[in-house]
Design a protein around this ligand. Structure first.
Ligand code: HEC
Length: 144
């Protein structure tokens, strides 16, 4: 390879690495403390009734006694799979609600996108650094 070609190769590689990093910018970093504080208040007001304190989720109800179609509010801490979603996906799920159950409503008429982003920051504050580093599509490659 000529020197010029080698240089071009290095530049392209560096750009690729940089942009791949940006695409997963939500992963790995601890959420902003201010956003977490705002999000926590909103979480307590709107979400805690179902997802419970610290996002531990509702206790599963036995199929023998639960009403048909009843879906429990799954944990949002790291014990369930909320962290398999990237930030954007989480914001989208919260704004548009679950297609499976009306129990998880669309929040877009109640909360702004900014408020939901803060709630996501709070949810992420419940995860360990290992899980944060594995958030989103990366979870497939992680051992957890
Ligand atoms: C009335 C109960 C209820 C309230 C209030 C509620 N949720 Fe949910 N939520 C649910 C249920 C039930 C599910 C499971 C839906 C499913 O499995 O399709 C769910 C699912 C979710 C999920 C998907 C998790 C995953 O791993 O796929 C997220 C994220 C979520 N809720 C966030 C929130 C946030 C944030 C709020 C407050 C703004 C909130 N929920 C308020 C009941 C509730």
């Amino acid at each position: 390879m000529s020197n010029k070609k080698t240089l071009l190769y290095i530049i392209i590689s560096l750009l690729t690495i940089t942009f791949a990093g940006l695409a997963h910018a939500e992963t790995g970093k601890a959420p902003d403390a201010k956003a977490v504080a705002v999000g926590k208040k909103l979480y307590i007001k709107h979400c805690q009734v179902c997802h419970q304190k610290d996002g531990v989720g509702e206790q599963p109800i036995s199929v023998y006694i639960r009403l048909p179609g009843f879906v429990t509010a799954i944990p949002l801490n790291e014990s369930s799979h909320a962290w398999h979603h990237g930030d954007k996906q989480l914001v989208k799920i919260i704004l548009s609600g679950s297609r499976r159950t009306k129990r998880m409503p669309a929040w877009k008429d109640t909360l702004s996108e900014e408020q939901v982003k803060n709630i996501v920051a709070y949810i992420k504050s419940l995860w360990s650094p290992e899980v944060l580093a594995c958030q989103g599509p990366k979870h497939m490659d992680c051992k957890r």
